[in-house]
Design a protein around this ligand. Structure first.
Ligand SMILES: [Zn+2]
Length: 178
């Protein structure tokens, strides 16, 4: 178990385009997934992307179930957590229909803003065995996945809000965390 430091915006690593994971089966990738999971549950958050702990690779973890109350019920009870690992994720289709949710980010603490994104997405990704999967996601899962995978392209949810609000958040976080 290794809880890592979560980088806070405007850290440069959060703005880089992450590199493809060449060998999902590598021990180093398994260790990275463990660190991401430990750090996400400790925060606690519903998702964490590798660039948020300073590793510029296309990999993220999510657990959107605890948001629905399962995580709290599972406190101390191993095995009920529903950790998902996403390696080299790629959206191959997004709906024209949009949906709005209030989003936050572990790298932008204490700020929450309404963001509009495609309501349904079709994702292709790999797991730790290197196998490929394809599935449609909607609702909160679609939001969480789009938010997390934006991190792999150096994008943040504040990029979707007005420049005025974004500049205010940037100024305040610079003051707090530098
Ligand atoms: Zn985030």
């Amino acid at each position: 178990m290794a809880i890592q430091t979560i980088l806070i915006y405007p850290d440069d690593c959060l703005r880089q385009v992450a590199a493809k994971v060449e060998d999902p089966k590598a021990d180093s990738i398994k260790a990275l997934v463990q660190d991401l999971a430990d750090t996400m549950y400790d925060a606690p958050g519903v998702g964490l992307a590798a660039p948020q702990i300073g590793v510029s690779l296309r990999l993220a973890v999510t657990d959107t179930d605890w948001k629905n109350g399962r995580y709290e019920e599972a406190e101390g009870a191993q095995g009920v957590r529903n950790l998902k690992v996403w390696i080299n994720p790629e959206f191959i289709w997004k709906s024209e229909e949009m949906a709005s949710y209030e989003e936050g980010c572990l790298s932008i603490p204490e700020y929450y803003e309404e963001v509009s994104r495609p309501a349904v997405v079709r994702l292709r990704w790999q797991d730790l065995s290197g196998a490929f999967f394809e599935q449609d996601f909607e609702g909160f899962q679609a939001v969480a996945l789009q938010h997390e995978f934006d991190h792999l392209d150096g994008k943040l949810f504040i990029d979707y809000i007005s420049p005025l609000k974004r500049n205010m958040i940037t100024r305040k976080l610079k003051k707090h965390f530098k």
